[in-house]
Design a protein around this ligand. Sequence first.
Ligand code: GUN
Ligand code: FE
Length: 439
Amino acid sequence: CSHAIRGSFFDITRTVSTPDELLDAARYIEDGLLLLNAGKIVSLSPWQEESSQLPPGCELVDYRGKLIVPGFVDTHIHYPQTEMIGAFGEQLLEWLNQYTFPVESQYHCPQHSAQMSAFFLQQLLSNGTTTALVFGTVHPESVDALFSAAHGLGMRLIAGKVMMDRHAPEALTETPEQSYRQTRELIERWHNVGRLSYALTPRFAPTSSPQLLEKVRQLRQEFPDTWLHTHLSENPQEVAWVKALFPENSGYLDVYHQYQLTGRRSLFAHCLHLEDEEWDCLHHTDSAVAFCPTSNLFLGSGLFDLQTCWQKGVKMGVGTDVGAGTTFNMLQTLGEAYKVGQLQRYKLSACEAFYHATLGGAKALDLDRHIGSFMPGKDADFVAIDPAVSALQTLRHGNSRDIWEKLFVLMTLGDDRNIAATWVEGRCVWQCDKSRQAA
Ligand code: GUN
Ligand code: FE
C-alpha cells in the first residue's frame, strides 16, 4: 500500500441501463478509507479504529470533511479553443468561421501548442477532470504537444488530430492522403503509450469529402482499437447542410455509418436533432454520445433529450465542449444539464448527474474497466471536493439533509473553488492553494 485516504466517499459502483437502478448502484461511505497501491485502487471500506495501524510505508492522507468522488470524465472538449471561450454573438457555422478557425490556425507552432497544452491540462486537473476525449487541430504538432504533456502527468487521455479537407480556410485543410499519413504516424507514436489512446477525429461531415471519410474508414480498419470522435446533429443549419452535401445518404448519421465509423468506441458530440432511426442506429452499433449543456445553450444549438437517450439505450457521457462550452468545471456543467432537463420536464437527479460525469462517461468511452468508480483494480484517479467554500455554500450545505441534497447543492452552487485536490494514478497532481483562495 502506498497511500491510505480517509474521508467521505461517493461513487456509483456499476453501470446501469435505466435511471431507476442508480440508487441501488450508488455507494456513500461517510467515514471511509481508500487504499492505493502502484497507481491502482486496492480497496474502499468504512474507517475502523484498527485502520490506523497501516502497513509500514503506507502514508495516511486525511481528507476528513471532504467528499471524494471518482475523477470526472469529460467526453468532449477542444483544447485549442481554450483561448476563445466566450466568443460573442454567433451560432455554430458562423462561430466556426469567425472565431474558431483563426484561433486554431496558430497550432502549427510547437511552442504555442506546448504552452496551451500545459495550460489546458492544468485547467482540467484544477477542475477535478482526470480523463478527457480531446480534439486537437489539423496540425500534428498540436497533438504531439498535448500527448507529451499528458504523458508527463500520467493522465488517461484520448485525443486526435482533426481531419478536414474542405469548407475551412486553406491553412487548416489538408489532402485526404496527407491526413491519412499524418494520422497514421500519430497513432504509431502515441496510441497505447502509457494511458494515452488515439481517436480518429474527422471534424464533422461538412468539412469531410467522401475521399477523406474513406481514409478514416481505412484507418479504423487498420487500427480497430482506436477511438472515433466527431460532431453530429448539433445545429439545424448544419443538419440541412449535411443533407445537401450528401444527398445519397438517408440522414446525417448515415454519412458516418456508411463509412463504418459507428461502433463501440465511437463518440458523437451533441446529437440534438436526431431522427428516431438515428437513435436506433446509435443503439444498434453500440455508439456513444456526449451531452454538452453549456455549449448547447451558449451557441443556441438546442436541448439534449436525456429521456430519449435512456429509452433508446444509447451510452451517454457529459462534455464541456470548451470553447463553445463556457466552463471546464463539471459541477457547473451538471448544473446546466439540470436546467436543460427542466426545460423539457426531465428531473436530472444529482445521483444521475454524477453517474454521467463519472462511470457513465467512462462507459461511453469504453473505459469503465479502468476508471469511473472506486472498485478494486481501477486506476486511482479521484477528486477531493470541499463541499462549502463560500458563505452561501456554507449556509446551504449546513441545512442539507442528506448526501443527495449535498450533491445537488454542489452542482447548483459549486465551481472550481470546491476542488480541493486531484489525484491521478495514485499521485496528487493538483492541490488547492488555500492562501490564494482567501485572497
Ligand atoms: N462542429 C464542428 N466543429 C465544431 C467545433 O469546433 N465546436 C462545436 N461545438 N461544434 C463543431
Ligand atoms: Fe465540439
